[in-house]
Design a protein around this ligand. Structure first.
Ligand code: AMP
Length: 191
C-alpha cells in the first residue's frame, strides 16, 4: 500500500494536491476536516463537539480524532493506499496512526511536507473563506489555526524525519508545478 501523509499548514494546498495524487495513483483519501464538516452538517453528536473546537481554531482531543480516523479507515478496506490529509496533527496522533496501520499490516510510506510562507497562507485562506464560506476561514480563526500548527503540528515533521519518511516540497507556484515536484520526490523514493 502507498500510504501518504500530506502535511502542511492550513492553506498549504493539502486538499488540492490530494486530488491530483488520487487521480494519478488511484488512492483513497481521508480528510479528517471533511469528515468533521460532514458530521456538523448532519447535526450528529460528534459534529456538535467538533464545531466547538473548529470554530475556535483548536484541535479535537487526540483520542477522539484517532477513533474517528480508525473508523473511516475501516471503510476503505481493500484500498491501494490512502492519503491522510489533516491527520496526524500531533505526535500522539502520529503514534496512534502507526498503531492503527500496523494492526492492518501496513504503515505510512512517506510524509509530504508542503512549505508555504505565512503571508501567502493567510492570503489563500482569506480568499478561500470568501469563496467557500468555511466558518473557520476568517482572520481571527486563521491566526489561531496557524498558531496551533506551529506549536502542535510542526514538531511532527521531526518525528517523520527520524523515521526517514519526510519529504519537503516547496508549496508555492502553480498547482501543476507543485504536483510535478511531488511526483519527482515519490519517484526518487522508489530508486
Ligand atoms: P482542516 O480541514 O484539516 O483544516 O481541519 C479543520 C478543523 O478540524 C481543524 O482546525 C480542527 O479543529 C479539526 N481537525 C481536523 N483534523 C484534525 C485532527 N487530526 N486533530 C484534531 N483536530 C482536527
Amino acid at each position: 500500500m502507498l500510504n501518504i501523509v500530506i502535511f502542511g499548514a492550513p492553506g498549504s494546498g493539502k486538499g488540492t494536491q490530494s486530488e491530483r495524487l488520487i487521480r494519478e495513483f488511484g488512492l483513497d483519501h481521508i480528510s479528517t476536516g471533511d469528515v468533521l464538516r460532514k458530521e456538523i452538517k448532519e447535526g450528529s453528536a460528534l459534529g456538535k463537539t467538533a464545531s466547538e473546537y473548529i470554530d475556535k481554531g483548536q484541535l479535537l482531543p487526540d483520542e477522539l480524532i484517532a477513533e474517528v480516523l480508525a473508523k473511516v479507515l475501516d471503510e476503505k478496506e481493500g484500498s491501494n493506499g490512502v492519503i491522510f490529509d489533516g491527520f496526524p496533527r500531533t505526535i500522539p496522533q502520529a503514534i496512534a496512526l502507526k498503531k492503527i496501520l500496523n494492526k492492518r499490516a501496513t504503515d505510512v510510506t512517506v510524509l509530504i511536507n508542503l512549505h508555504v510562507a505565512e503571508e501567502e497562507l493567510i492570503k489563500r485562506l482569506l480568499e478561500r473563506g470568501r469563496i467557500s464560506g468555511r466558518s473557520d476561514d476568517n482572520l481571527d480563526t486563521i491566526k489561531s489555526r496557524l498558531d496551533v500548527y506551529h506549536k502542535q503540528t510542526l514538531p511532527l515533521a521531526d518525528y517523520y524525519i527520524e523515521e526517514g519518511k519526510h519529504v519537503l516540497i516547496a508549496g508555492e507556484g502553480t498547482v501543476d508545478e507543485i504536483f510535478d515536484r511531488i511526483k519527482k520526490a515519490l519517484a526518487e523514493l522508489n530508486n
